[in-house]
Structure formats: structure tokens, C-alpha cells
Ligand binder design. Sequence first.
Ligand code: SAM
Length: 311
Amino acid sequence: MAALCVASQFDPGADAVLFEGDCRDLLPTLPDGSVQLVVTSPPYNLGKVYETRVDLEKYLEQQAQVIAHCVRVLRSTGSLCWQVGNWVDDGEIVPLDLVLYPLFVRHSLHLRNRIVWHFGHGLHATRRFSGRYEVILWFTKTDTYTFNLDAVRVPQKYPGKKYFKGPKRGELSGNPLGKNPTDVWEIPNVKANHVEKTIHACQFPVELVERLVLALTNPGDWVLDPFMGVGSTVIAALMHQRKAVGAEIVPEYVRVARERITAAEEGRLRVRPMGRPVYEPEASRATLPPRKVSLRAAQPPLALHGTEQNR
Ligand SMILES: C[S@@+](CC[C@H](N)C(=O)[O-])C[C@H]1O[C@@H](n2cnc3c(N)ncnc32)[C@H](O)[C@@H]1O
């Protein structure tokens, strides 16, 4: 990247816009139908340092305002991707995608995938199973939407596999460009030693956004992140010759986003490569022999359906 124009208010001639403030003040300045992709991870209303916890209804009202603006600025071929996890209240979870879904549907958006983002690190729960996935709701504005599948194919499991009978005998059975990455994505989250880690507690990995940018936009298109954080969406967009506009209320995060863009321009920003296999420690790769099970062991007999009497 070289000599990028980074503005602080929306400017159609800029390469990137980093707006310091509430996204509800930025969004009205964007023209109708100007954005090809909205991708964001909003606050989850958990009382993190950057948010004030409010009741769920109030939170959904605030989200509805932002979503309405996003739909207005979205182009007819465009996509909207909302990446969320759970809201937790007194140990009970509310999957945010469930409660947010109606807010998108009221704008007649079309849900194309509910992508499961699976990752390895997080809090260790003691009263429920530890959460290790979040979701991305991918909506399109219309049925005529951009989807560049070839740009995001991943290696086949058996790349040279051929048909061994039938009219296609001897031909490759899979697409030589790779396979569809499916709706379950295995991408490490940005914790501890991740190369992209900044001061932000909840940044998402650039690789996650790159896949959406490549599949759902073309070079030169605008990508919007209303809850920009430290600019991971902006970086992913600029890396692939798209333009990016984001808003962030915490000035310190905007500063980090600017620094990351400068580092990328100077070729010194560290980003995890797309498609790198997830590291697995030696021990977890060890194969265990199959178990031998005996139902006649010391325990009392199980009440199975097919007992001697009723068989
Ligand atoms: C989950 S974080 C997003 C992190 C981002 N995806 C990244 O990779 O850095 C949500 C961000 O939204 C910001 N935020 C919360 N309310 C906002 C608002 N009304 N307008 C703009 N930003 C807001 C928070 O400060 C926080 O940085």
C-alpha cells in the first residue's frame, strides 16, 4: 500500500475514513446505496470498558437504529455481515443472533448463511460448557448479490482425487481451484500471542474479514464497519484494494487503527496469513486406540429397549 488518503469525515475521494465518534453521527453522512459490504462486530452489551450495559430491550433499540442506517447505505448487490456471540445475564445466555435476526428481517434482507466461527481460546466456564464459537449473520439486500466464491476457495482434502468410473473417469473429481470454505470457519481468535493483538480486548482477526471482503466485494468498493474498534475491517479492505469507512467512539482505538494503516503502508503490519492451519499441540494429535465397551461390567444392567423378556 502506498500514499493512502485517510480522512476523518466521509469523503468519496478518500481511501479510508476513520470517524472518531458515534456511528449514528457518521452514518447519515453516507449516501444511499454507496456501500457494498457492511461488516461489523457490535458491542455485546456485556459492560466491557467501551460500553455501558443497558437492558436488552434498550440495546436492541440502539442496534435497530444502526441497522436501519446500514440498510439505507447498502447497495442493491451488497451484503451485511453482523458478527456476534452471546449476551450473558446472571449466568444465563441469550444468543445475540437470535434476538437481532428480526431487526434485519424487518428490512426484507435475505439471510444467506449463519456462519459459525469456531476458535480455541476464551473464558473457562464452570457452570456451563465453555463457549468456543460465535456467529456471523450474512444477509444480502436483494437476490442479485455479489458472491465471488472462487476468490475464497480453500484446498481440497484430497487435491488429486479423480473419478474412478463413469463418463468422467480419470478427471479430477473436485474443483482444482479448491473447495467451498463452508459455513463453519476455523480461525484463531485474537488473544494472548496472536500476531495481531493490540490494546483492544475484542478485536476480530483480519483473516475473518478478508474472506468476506474477497467473496462479497470487488476492488474499489466501499466496506463499512460502524463499530470499527482498532480497524481490523479497514485493514482487510485496504489489503485488497477496497475502500473502508469506520466509526469508533474510543479515541485511543482510532489512534491504533491509524497506526495499523501506517504500518501496513510501510509494509510492517503483522497479519496472520489466510488459510494457515490452526496450530495443534503434539499431545492433541496423538491417536487413541478404540475403546472396548462391555455393558456386562460391574454396573447394574441398563434398562435398554430390547431386553430378554420383550425381544
Ligand atoms: C466488539 S468491538 C469491535 C472491534 C473490532 N471488530 C476490531 O477488530 O477492532 C466494538 C467496538 O464498538 C465501539 N462502539 C461502541 N458503541 C459505538 C458507537 N455508538 N459508535 C461507534 N463505535 C462504538 C466500541 O468502543 C468497540 O471498540
